[in-house]
Design a protein. Structure first.
Length: 369
């Protein structure tokens, strides 16, 4: 393995220090919650090694919510990040072929790269509404491609494929007998159309999700893998046991409580995100120098400074960070030009978001050539 530290992690707000940031528009989660918000007090709990697959109560809820019958088809992991690692390290050896969407959350690309896989990138482009080009995807498949890796809803753009597009891609994976990984970390967050968990539609799909973003509790590191294929589940369990045996029983219990409150929480959460979405939409529609593909889900978008605008991009970020204390996810976190920036609008409070967006506009204006 050849590990490289990803810019998105090296420059993340928690590494920079939250106290240095006035307007935090970098996050793709909703605001972090306190354990009290879950109405949870833990004062008596045995701390053994837990079930290696994960707390059975937690797995049962996940299985039910995912539309799969067997809770043994759920593997609890330390966040979606480690789920991605387990899948990549189980399926790939150096030189193996895989296809991955770009831009993407870093680990989807970086772990296959660390393994030394032969990666083909499926670019999702602004000009094409950041859509997955299904024809292109099919044309990229080779006889020995090990897996396709897509993220839906998509990070960083907040776009989402439709059910018919998802089914078309699943049919391609089945026809070619290759695995399809769908990273669904944002699945339960603010969307028009509710898609089924992709793994419930086919034995060739591996779905990944977590409690970090929608539930605002990334500190407990609870994610999961759903797959209906028994052999694949056994393989992923081998990988998990080699990494950590099992997960934290405390985290899994808190995760179980949080997920038990899903319906009540999602309603509240979606209302908050709707409020923030309206702020971003109004801002971009009145923005002279920037443009976006309107997001359809989650709480992130990936606008860009219009190509015809002559601007000192480094200065934009310098002013934004140093003068205004505003932070976003710059394009290079996603291997894109820094004219693009990811704006997370679910984490900041209403006023903080308004201030942050205003300061992006001011930073661009003050950096025109
Ligand atoms: C698409 C996607 N997958 C996975 C992760 C990892 O999240 P976590 O490990 O906190 O569940 C992230 C985090 O930003 C993400 O955006």
């Amino acid at each position: 393995m050849k590990y490289v530290r990803m810019p998105i992690e090296k420059e993340s707000p928690e590494q920079l220090g939250y106290e240095k940031i006035k307007n935090n528009l970098t996050e793709t989660s909703v605001r972090d919650r306190n354990i009290k918000d879950l109405r949870l007090v833990i004062d008596d709990m045995l701390l053994p090694y837990g079930d290696h697959l994960g707390d059975p109560r937690l797995r049962e809820i996940i299985a039910k919510q995912s539309g799969v019958d067997d809770p043994n088809g759920v593997l609890v992991t330390a966040g979606a990040a480690s789920a991605l690692f387990l899948v990549a390290s189980s399926l790939l050896e150096p030189g193996d072929k895989m296809i991955v969407a770009r831009p993407n959350y870093g680990t989807n690309i970086e772990t296959p790269r660390a393994i030394g896989a032969d990666i083909s990138y499926l670019d999702q482009k602004f000009e094409e509404g950041f859509k997955v080009d299904i024809e292109k995807l099919e044309s990229m498949i080779k006889p020995d491609t090990k897996y396709i890796s897509l993220t839906n809803p998509h990070n960083p753009t907040g776009t989402m494929m439709s059910l018919s597009e998802l089914k078309e891609i699943i049919a391609i994976a089945e026809k070619n007998n290759i695995w399809l990984l769908i990273d669904e970390t944002y699945r339960d967050m603010f969307k028009d159309e509710v898609l089924p968990v992709a793994a419930s539609l086919s034995d060739k799909v591996i779905s990944i999700s977590s409690l970090s973003k929608t539930y605002g509790i990334p500190g407990i590191r609870i994610g999961w893998i759903v797959c209906r294929d028994k052999k694949m589940n056994d393989l992923l369990l081998c990988a998990k046991e080699q990494v950590c045996i099992g997960g934290s029983v405390v985290d899994e219990y808190i995760g179980y409580v949080a997920l038990s409150q899903k319906d009540e929480w999602i309603k509240k959460n979606d209302a908050t995100i709707a409020d923030r979405f309206a702020v971003v939409k109004e801002w971009i529609e009145n923005e002279e120098y920037m443009e976006w593909v309107e997001p359809k889900a989650a709480c992130t978008c990936f606008p860009r400074i219009k190509p015809e605008v002559d601007v000192d991009v480094e200065k934009v970020y310098r002013l934004m960070n140093e003068k205004y204390g505003t932070y976003v996810g710059p394009g290079h976190w996603f291997e894109q030009s820094k004219r693009y920036m990811r704006i997370g609008y679910g984490w900041p409070l209403h006023d903080e978001l308004e201030r942050g967006l205003r300061s992006i506009s001011d930073s661009v204006k003050e950096s025109l050539k």
